[in-house]
Design a protein around this ligand. Structure first.
Ligand SMILES: [Zn+2]
Length: 286
């Protein structure tokens, strides 16, 4: 069973939690770390002969075009993580279209590849921004991975469905690939695909969750992390104990564990080609 490993390529000052403390007008003045951090991810993947899907922020693509070329040259899928990391449900459809088109353009300018897969900042395609899928299909995206099928204060569509499936829109179908979740015996749905759970809980929790998705549900799991999760030297921008813990404090260890120890879990191949994975899980379930 192949699972999807994906990387949201953004700098340490881009996450929504940090934007409460650092205005986007200050981004230009902060020391960039995304290129070095992403190159560490590329090295890890190369060591394990892994292929991933890299959802790249347009803002990063504009400033680090050589990085995009190297990601593509290493055989990874080039995908889109918006231009300015703004939450989709805080944009109008017109603003969302503009942001997405700009991201497509700068990514294509940087590496010559037009992204076909999209991931919204902070999984911000929710009930109130589901209109985004139609715009993505219209702009030529074939895959989207912007919906977390859980309840969370900032994102999530509880009951959306746990596995990849085609969603119909007036502009055509788009394959939605949710982040991996596991249903506990209590019925509660828990995220295992990434985020604070991945950073803060022991690695064996993630590994057991992936085994459950693969073995019990016969489906592949979609995982994600960020280059800054492997970057222990980044400046601490978020204030407050909880914000810091969720954002940066423990992340480094778990990020390294995730990538380094994945091959030890035999069922996991690090492979990110969403289309190929979908074909695999269809063949398995069919
Ligand atoms: Zn992001």
């Amino acid at each position: 069973m192949l699972n999807t490993i994906s990387v949201d390529v953004e700098d340490y000052f881009h996450p929504s939690e940090v934007q409460a403390f650092v205005d986007s007008s200050a981004w230009e003045d902060l020391p960039p770390r995304v290129e070095d951090a992403t190159r560490r991810v590329l090295d890890l993947f190369a060591r394990h002969n892994a292929r991933g899907t890299f959802f790249i922020l347009g803002w990063v693509a504009r400033r680090h075009p050589a990085l995009l070329r190297d990601i593509a040259a290493a055989g990874h899928e080039i995908a889109c993580h918006s231009y300015a990391h703004r939450l989709v449900y805080e944009l109008t459809p017109v603003e969302f279209r503009e942001d997405t088109q700009l991201a497509q353009q700068v990514i294509a300018d940087a590496c010559g590849l037009l992204p076909r897969a999209y991931r919204a900042p902070s999984y911000s395609v929710t009930e109130r921004s589901l209109w985004a899928l139609e715009i993505l299909a219209e702009l030529g995206f074939t895959h989207d991975s912007s919906i977390y099928p859980i309840r969370h204060d900032r994102y999530g569509i509880p009951g959306f469905g746990l596995h990849a499936r085609l969603v119909s829109t007036p502009s055509g179908p788009i394959m939605e690939v949710p982040a991996a979740t596991v249903r506990l015996p209590s019925g509660r749905l828990c995220p295992v695909g990434g985020g604070a759970y991945l950073r803060l809980l022991p690695y064996r929790y993630t590994a057991a969750g992936i085994r459950r998705v693969n073995d019990d549900e016969k489906r592949s799991a979609c995982l994600y992390f960020h280059p800054w999760e492997l970057d222990a030297g980044q400046p601490r921008l978020a204030r407050g104990l909880l914000a810091r813990a969720l954002q940066h404090e423990l992340d480094h260890l778990q990020g390294v564990l995730l990538v380094d120890r994945m091959p030890a879990v035999k069922r996991i191949s690090l492979a990110g080609q969403l289309r190929r994975l979908q074909a695999t899980s269809r063949a398995r379930s069919g």
